[in-house]
Structures are given as C-alpha cells and as structure tokens.
Design a protein around this ligand. Structure first.
Ligand code: EPU
Length: 433
C-alpha cells in the first residue's frame, strides 16, 4: 500500500486541468446498458471507481474497449440482470445499475452495498421511486430485486429527509426513459452530473424536458440507440485545486472549472477572502493571500447549495483562518471523519451536532494522518500543503478512487508530494493499518 509524503509551505503556481467528473461518469457508464448499440464515452476519468464500473459492465455481459486514453466504447448486446454482492460491495455507486437494468431488461437484481464511513446511506428513495413507476420491489437475500414488467410512466416524488437523491434520480431517470407513457419526476436532483446524464440519454434518443431543474418530464421511448458523448469536467476536483491554490497563498489557474457549477462554493471562497477570477472559457484563477482569510459559516445542501463533497476540503481552509468558522453538514450529518486527523495537525475543531466549529490556530504542523474516505483524503492533503513540516497520509487508495493523478497534478504546480510504499515510511510515522 502506498502513502503520500507532503512537505508543506510552498505556494502553488501554474495551471492544472481537471478530469471528467467521477459522479457523472459512473451513472453514464451504467446508462450504456440501456441500448444494444455501441456507446462511445469520452473524458472518462481514469480512477479506480471508473475502472471498477467497467469491470461490472463486463460482468453484466457488455464489451468494453478503450479506444484511446479516457475514451471507451461500450457495447451491451446481450446482458443479464443480476449483480451479486461480491461485485457491488466494493463500490456503492454500483446501485445505479438498478435503473439501467430495469429500463433495458424489465428486471434487475442488485445486491445492496453495505455500510459507508460518511454516514447511513439507505436506498429507500430509489425503491420508492421505482415502485411509483409500477415496479415490484422485493429483497431476497440482501439483494434489491426489481420486477419492472408492469413499469409505466407516472408522477414520482423523490424527495427525502435530506432533500433530493443524486443516484436515486439517476436510477429513476434511467428506468423512466424506457417506461411507456410520461413520467413527471418531482424533487429530482439538480446536480450538474445528473443534468449531464440526462443530456447523454437525450443523445441516445430519450425524451427528457426540464433538464437541470427539480421537475423532469420524461416521455418513454421503445428503444434507445448508441451515442458519442463527453463527460463534463469534475467540479469537485476543480474546487479542490482552487482550495489548494488558496491555502498555500498560491496563484493557480484551474482548467475545466465551470463557474455556474460552483456557485455556492465560489461565493463561500469570496466571503472567506479568497480571490477567484475568470481565466478564459471554463477556467478560473485563484490567488490566495492567507493574511486576508476570513472565517465563514457554510451549510452543505443539494445543488445549487454548497456541495458536501467539498465540505472536508473547505474545513481545512477554515482551520488556517483567523476567527471561528462554522461548517454545517446537512447531507451526511456525521461526515466529519477528517476532523480528528486535522486535529493531529494542530487544528482546533469542535464538533457540535452536525456542525464543526473551526477555531483559530497559529499554524498547522505536519503529522502522520490516516485518510478515511475520498474527500477526507483531499482535505488532509490540502491541510498538509499549508502545514509546517512533513505530513504522511496513509490509506490513499481512497484518494485514487476519485482523483485522477492527484499527486502528479499537484507536483506539476509546485507541491512537494511524493508517493512511496508504506514499507519505506519511517517506522515512528507508520500508524496501524
Ligand atoms: N438518502 C436517503 N435515501 C435514499 C437515498 C439517499 O435517505 O434512498 C439520503 C442519503 O443518506 C443522504 C442524502 O439522501 O443523506 C443524499 O444522498 P444521495 O442519494 O444524493 O447520495 P448518493 O447518490 O449516494 C452522490 C455522490 C456522493 C455525494 C452525494 C451528495 C455519486 C456516485 N456519489 O451519492 O459522492 O456525496 O451524491 O451529493 O454520485 C463522493 O464523490 O465523495 C461522494 C460521496
């Protein structure tokens, strides 16, 4: 297993390009199962999660061919409806096969992924939505079985306690595009990744109106065809690099950063005293001046609110900001696994309910830390870039699930980051695996 060694204190400078969005690529790869014709997907990020989704597609019977780096052709001529637990357990997003399989085959059986460190993540809304389309849901042996033989378009309300559901929306849309009649999907997720999935489905012949809004009107079609479609850039990766530039007092241009996808986040950065300007089409420039940082109060919400997937990284910025910053998590109330690790680096953070109270610290210092999940890994690395001395980040396989070449991209803009095998770590820094 590899670890990252980071020497902090260097201002980052230069240009970094973001890859395709993981959370769009995963349901889009699943959507290729909706047709027996070849689909070409471009800008597919090379991540352990996307490689894994491709493996699942092969398991379902699809042929996958990498035409060139980041470009995949998937042909799902004949597929089968079952996805067992040993396949699903490695990646929660496998659940988005449910809608694609139900839409294509009128039957699906996908094992339920197990627990998740960022919080309880049930699938009740996915099931409720499919049931509202007339599907019969049963749960044999820990699997979710969908009998979609009587599926029909109808009114579906998909909101839950925490608002809309991203993957739940993807599932219902993928089923409804092949359901006879009109579906009105209310309280649909408005995340740009869902809008992009809908646009890909339209390119495959689906009829969807209201894309990007909470009310989608989907008129089912008998058949979908192949497509050639490029995945949108990853707004979370873009936001992560903007934070890395800011926290180090750097000057960084992020290519593939779409302002409209990052509204609430950029507003929070602005309030935090970080200057972000346009740097050409789909590019933003960040200039950080730590003496100007101000504490802010953010609350995560479904899009267009502040994204939960940038909460941990933003907490790192607040940890080096004078005053008291408040970070409230409304999507996953316990998504604070990064906090004890940031404390090891000297951050002064208290958790009160679903709010992190981030107090002033004189400076962060390097320390051996452990990544607990994807975004926590990014937060620890961002903090390490601003810390005095050396930080060792263990369990970076979490990072590799969702950031393509994160360490290499940081090195290219001046960060001192080295990936080494855990066996080469100084024994006194190695924490138990
Ligand atoms: N929820 C339910 N019931 C459901 C579905 C969701 O109660 O049936 C709750 C969840 O527990 C959560 C909230 O609703 O409290 C929102 O969950 P959502 O379904 O929107 O999340 P998801 O689709 O499982 C996606 C991303 C996550 C991201 C969330 C929120 C993918 C593959 N994953 O998850 O990404 O945090 O939306 O934006 O798209 C990440 O990339 O690090 C990541 C965790």
């Amino acid at each position: 297993m590899d670890v990252l060694r980071i020497s902090g204190g260097l201002p980052l400078a230069g240009t970094v390009s973001v890859s395709g969005a993981k959370n769009a690529a995963l349901p889009m790869l699943a959507a290729t199962l909706l047709t027996d014709e070849p689909c070409v997907l471009r800008n597919v990020p090379n991540l352990s999660d996307t490689r894994y989704m491709l493996e699942i597609l092969r398991h379902q019977g699809a042929e996958t061919l990498e035409l060139e780096p980041h470009v995949w052709r998937i042909t799902a001529r004949e597929i089968h409806p079952r996805t067992p637990y040993d396949i699903v357990r490695k990646m929660r997003a496998s659940i988005c096969l449910l809608g694609a399989l139900a839409g294509r085959l009128r039957a699906a059986e996908v094992a339920q992924p197990g627990g998740c460190v960022i919080g309880d993540r049930p699938f009740d809304l996915h099931e409720k939505g499919l049931a509202q389309l007339g599907c019969i849901i049963t749960k044999p042996n820990g699997n979710i079985h969908v009998d979609a033989s009587a599926m029909r378009g109808s009114y579906v309300f998909l909101g839950g306690r925490y608002g809309s559901t991203v993957t739940g929306t993807a599932n219902i849309v993928m089923a409804a595009v092949r359901a006879e009649g009109v579906t009105r999907l209310d309280c649909a997720a408005c995340e740009p990744e869902i809008a992009d999935l809908c646009k890909m489905l339209v390119a495959m012949g689906a009829k969807i109106e209201g894309i990007g809004s909470p009310m989608l009107t989907i008129t089912g079609v008998e058949k979908l065809h192949g497509c050639d479609y490029a995945v949108l850039p990853d707004r979370i990766e873009a936001g992560t690099y903007l934070l890395a530039g800011a926290i180090t007092g750097g000057d960084v241009v992020v290519r593939g950063a779409i302002r409209e996808h990052l509204g609430a986040f950029l507003n929070a950065l602005n309030e935090a005293g970080v200057e972000v300007s346009d740097a050409g089409p789909d590019a933003l420039r960040v200039r950080g001046e730590p003496s100007r940082f101000r504490p802010v109060d953010i609350v995560t919400m479904p899009h267009p609110g502040f994204p939960t997937d940038l909460q941990a990284q933003f907490t790192a910025l607040m940890a080096v900001t004078p005053g008291i910053g408040l970070v409230t998590e409304r999507i996953y109330p316990n998504r604070f696994m990064h906090v004890p690790e940031l404390r090891r680096m000297g951050a002064d953070i208290a958790i009160e309910g679903n709010t992190a109270i981030v107090k002033e610290t004189s400076a962060l210092t390097g320390a051996p830390v452990m990544a607990s999940d994807l975004r926590a890994s990014a937060a620890l690395i961002i903090a390490a870039l601003a810390a005095k001395g050396q930080t060792w980040v263990q369990r970076i396989y979490h990072l590799d699930r969702g950031y393509e070449n994160f360490d290499k991209k940081l090195v290219a803009i001046g960060a001192a980051v080295t990936r080494i095998p855990a066996s080469e770590m100084p024994k006194e820094c190695l924490r138990e695996e």
